[in-house]
Design a protein around this ligand. Structure first.
Ligand code: FE2
Ligand code: FE2
Length: 198
């Protein structure tokens, strides 16, 4: 396991490692929230695919990305069941909702928000993976390996979304991402720590 984290995007607010201890206080709630996040990531990717036209390369990439999120969703559900837990109701993702409230540039912002959510998820999964080592339930080798797999996959998704934004919008995407990196840092710093990924 690497000792330092390299986020796929240059996030401007580093999550303290103590966050992971707080998030692990209620692992059933944490996994439930993560399951809902994976499901919403799949739905979001499919919705974005429609914006690119069904036959486009971008659409194909987004459909494959949605398949990966569905695979994550199913496996987090399997893990919940394996631990003897139940999927709790979706309490909503205040982090994602806060970002979407700031959006003003249609598809460009939707792609960049998706990239930022993936990058932040990646950072948080890395912290969870480190904190879960030695945890009585979540410290098992298969679970830690799954967290690592998720972290790497979400990093790839962050780069895919940023790449799609740059392909479609060019220099405007880079300028807008710079603006979004500050907004994302403000949003994430303003949220209380709970047993959720964000
Ligand atoms: Fe995922
Ligand atoms: Fe993802």
């Amino acid at each position: 396991m690497p000792s330092t984290f390299q986020p796929p995007l240059p996030l401007r607010s580093e999550t303290p490692s103590a966050w992971a201890e707080a998030a692990l206080a209620d692992p059933e709630a944490l996994l439930s929230d993560h399951a809902h996040c994976e499901k919403k990531a799949a739905l979001s990717a499919l919705t974005l695919a429609r914006s690119f036209g069904n036959a486009s390369r971008a659409s194909g990439l987004l459909v494959r990305l949605a398949e990966e999120e569905m695979d994550h969703f199913r496996r987090v559900l399997d893990a919940l069941q394996g631990f003897g837990w139940t999927l709790r109701p979706d309490r909503g993702n205040v982090y994602a909702q806060s970002l979407h409230r700031l959006a003003a540039k249609g598809l460009l912002d939707r792609l960049l928000i998706a990239a930022l959510i993936e990058a932040r998820s990646c950072e948080r999964l890395w912290l969870l993976e480190r904190a879960a080592t030695g945890h009585p339930v979540l410290g098992s080798a298969p679970w830690l390996a799954f967290l690592l797999e998720l972290e790497r996959c979400e990093a790839g998704h962050a780069l895919s979304y940023r790449g799609l934004a740059e392909e479609r919008f060019g220099a405007e995407a880079r300028t807008r991402l710079d603006w979004w990196l500050d907004r994302e840092a403000e949003v994430v710093q303003g949220l209380p720590w709970r047993s959720t990924v964000h």
